[in-house]
Design a protein around this ligand. Structure first.
Ligand SMILES: O=C(O)CCC(=O)C(=O)O
Length: 249
């Protein structure tokens, strides 16, 4: 489904931005994400909140594909997973999925590589599907091209060491709603808080290669166990590394 040039771009830069992969309209996607955000707090999915200057807000939902037919079809049966398979070089399995809401006033993410947050897998691919336009003002990703071949030095939170951060060339990567960004799990990225007056929501499915097995249940089991332990920091925990900069709600 991707051209030789697109493949070469991904191999060289560690990311690939594509249009028109959704088999639903952007307003249908937004409507479905609104529906997920309205789900109650005590379901099997995982809602995470943060405190903002505008009050308590939803920061993330995970484990939603078993409960949303439209989002499961989008992430598991369509062009996105087919291209993930091409980039991984083998059939892609959904390892985990999240919606990062980054509502108005929502916090950003410290510079990191995703790989340390993904136990059990080596061959793993991160994807961002923009639900709303992602701009510099509302906290789009900054990514570093060409640094997807090694795990870089980390700090105590599992994010990138400040010396590494200072040495890299960070480029803002704006997406229009409906665009899809594929990026290697070692591609360094970060994002700012949402300083705009509009929400910046995005889906982030993560895929692993079939040869490593179906690890989605194992991932969520590991996450629940880790989150049952007392928090070691004053930030909200969203992931198995301390990349989220939000305040507890
Ligand atoms: O949504 C964002 O702004 C960044 C998300 C991110 O880096 C992550 O969830 O690992």
């Amino acid at each position: 489904m991707i051209t030789t040039d697109q493949r070469a771009h991904y191999d060289q830069h560690g990311w690939l931005l594509l249009d028109n992969l959704l088999e639903l309209e952007v307003d249908e996607l937004q409507h479905e994400v609104d529906a997920v955000a309205s789900w109650r707090d005590d379901g099997e999915w995982l809602h995470h909140y943060e405190m903002t200057d505008f009050g308590r807000k939803l920061a993330r939902t995970e484990n939603f594909t078993p409960f949303s037919h439209a989002l499961r079809a989008l992430l598991c049966d369509g062009a996105i997973s087919a291209i993930a398979s091409e980039l991984l070089g083998e059939p892609a399995l959904l390892y985990k999925e999240k919606i990062n809401y980054k509502l108005v006033g929502g916090a950003g993410f410290a510079p990191h590589q995703d790989k340390p947050a993904y136990p059990f897998v080596d061959s793993v691919l991160s994807v961002m599907v923009a639900v709303d336009d992602a701009t510099v003002e509302n906290g789009c990703l900054d990514i570093v091209s060409g640094w997807h071949h090694e795990l870089l030095a980390q700090d105590e939170r599992g994010c990138l060491h400040p010396d590494v951060v200072a040495s890299l060339d960070w480029q803002p990567t704006e997406l229009r709603a409906g665009q899809t960004l594929f990026f290697h799990a070692l591609t360094p990225h970060r994002s700012s808080a949402n300083h705009s007056t509009r929400d910046r929501r995005a889906l982030y499915p993560t895929y692993n290669g079939q040869s490593e097995g179906d690890l989605r249940d194992a991932y969520y089991e590991a996450k629940r166990l880790a989150f049952d332990a007392p928090a070691a920091s004053d930030r909200v925990r969203l992931s198995l590394i301390g990349d989220f900069e939000g305040r507890p709600a």
